[in-house]
Design a protein around this ligand. Structure first.
Ligand code: FAD
Ligand code: MG
Ligand code: MG
Length: 338
């Protein structure tokens, strides 16, 4: 696919999601979709009005931090959709101000390589499945992905700034910007802003964080509807991706006798009651698919021998990650185990 085709594909996903109308009859489904549509509109506004005029691939001062997780994948799709809207649509509307940029953009599709910069900050002991997904998906989205040496985030980002030759001493709007899929429910993220400078002891650039207000339910609704391949660990009951040594499947997704039929546990202590797929409608009406009989749990999981011992060392089965929509429980699969 050309860069333009990738961007158009992402744009079409977002437009299609925004057009989901009152065909949905289930009240709880429609309320999640409407809420997500509002968030999608405001995230797009942040990109179109506050980010892309200052940071964009043509200025060569923007990148996305990408670790293959659901949040940065959602943000990546929206970012690519907005690039399409900002450059391509604007030129189609004969917006002279942006026409030059449009010409550059078109030329880049054919002659010059259009670099959609992304950075993966490599950590110790990562799941092979995640690494493979990062490779595959960054190819699919046409990303030019820089993989850092293994180390602390700060050091890896320092390394990346040097690699890009991005000067940390510029004024705020001239500094490079890196898109981050962080949400307010993540640790220490409650009071973050959509656009802000990195903290003092971090390499200096602008953090671009337009996904802050999204909740788990919004991320899943959009991602499942998009019909894009996602990291397979989610299908196995993971809800938050970390390293092999500190990530297990989410215990709230463990299938127990009392939650297998969606019944409430008699002792009332089990927090895994009421587990069901809130995104059935999104699955059945996935973008570009007309197969109404498709079911999420039928997805096939590819065997991956390297991760096998971590994934299959018990015989319990788990519901897929998207069965959990309580943000406070998202990180229950992250342990301090070393
Ligand atoms: P996750 O949901 O795992 O990650 C949230 C997002 O962070 C992801 O969607 C992705 O965009 C990015 N991310 C996480 N891990 C990786 C990775 N290994 N490689 C690439 N991207 C990744 N903290 C501070 O206290 N002060 C700062 O100034 C600061 N600046 C940051 C700048 C960047 C570019 C990044 C990526 C992180 C920064 N952080 C900073 C840390 C940040 O606030 C989160 O703690 C960190 O992203 C880990 O997120 P998480 O595991 O809590 O959530
Ligand atoms: Mg996350
Ligand atoms: Mg993380």
């Amino acid at each position: 696919m050309t860069t333009a085709a990738i961007l158009k594909h992402c744009y079409d996903i977002t437009e299609s999601y925004l057009k989901i109308d009152d065909r949905v009859t289930n009240n709880s489904t429609i309320s999640i979709i409407k809420e997500t549509q509002d968030l999608l509109i405001s995230t797009k506004q942040i990109f179109l009005n506050e980010i892309l005029p200052y940071w964009n691939p043509i200025k060569d001062n923007i990148s996305i931090s990408y670790n293959g997780g659901k949040d940065c994948q959602v943000l990546l799709i929206i970012y690519l959709a907005c690039l399409y809207e900002y450059f391509y649509m604007a030129a189609l509307n004969f917006n002279n101000l942006k026409l030059d940029t449009m010409n550059t953009f078109n030329n880049m599709n054919t002659t010059v390589k259009f670099a959609l910069k992304a950075v993966y900050l490599r950590q110790e002991n990562t799941f092979q499945i995640i690494n493979e997904f990062i490779e595959e998906s960054s190819k699919k989205y046409g990303l030019s992905l820089y993989k850092s040496n293994i180390g602390s985030m700060e050091n890896s980002l320092k390394e990346y700034m040097i690699h890009e030759k991005w000067d940390c001493n510029y004024n705020t709007k001239q500094k490079a910007g890196i898109i981050i899929g962080i949400r307010r429910s993540d640790p220490y993220a409650l009071n973050l802003k959509y656009i802000q400078q990195t903290d003092k002891n971090w390499p200096q650039f602008m953090r671009l964080q337009p996904l802050l207000d999204w909740k788990l339910r919004n991320v899943w609704s959009f991602l499942i509807y998009s019909n894009e391949p996602i990291c397979k660990l989610y299908e196995l009951g993971f809800t938050s991706l970390g390293g092999v040594n500190n990530t297990v499947r989410n215990l709230y997704l463990k299938k127990t006798k009392c939650n297998q039929n969606g019944d409430k546990c008699k002792d009332g202590t089990s927090t895994s009651s009421h587990l069901w797929n809130h995104f059935q409608w999104e699955f059945q009406h996935r973008f570009g698919s007309h197969n109404k009989d498709d079911h999420s749990e039928d997805m096939t999981i590819e065997d991956n021998s390297i991760d096998h011992e971590y994934l299959c060392n018990d015989t319990e089965s788990y519901y897929p990650g998207w069965f959990l929509i309580d943000d406070e429980k998202e990180r229950a699969g992250r342990t301090k185990r070393k």
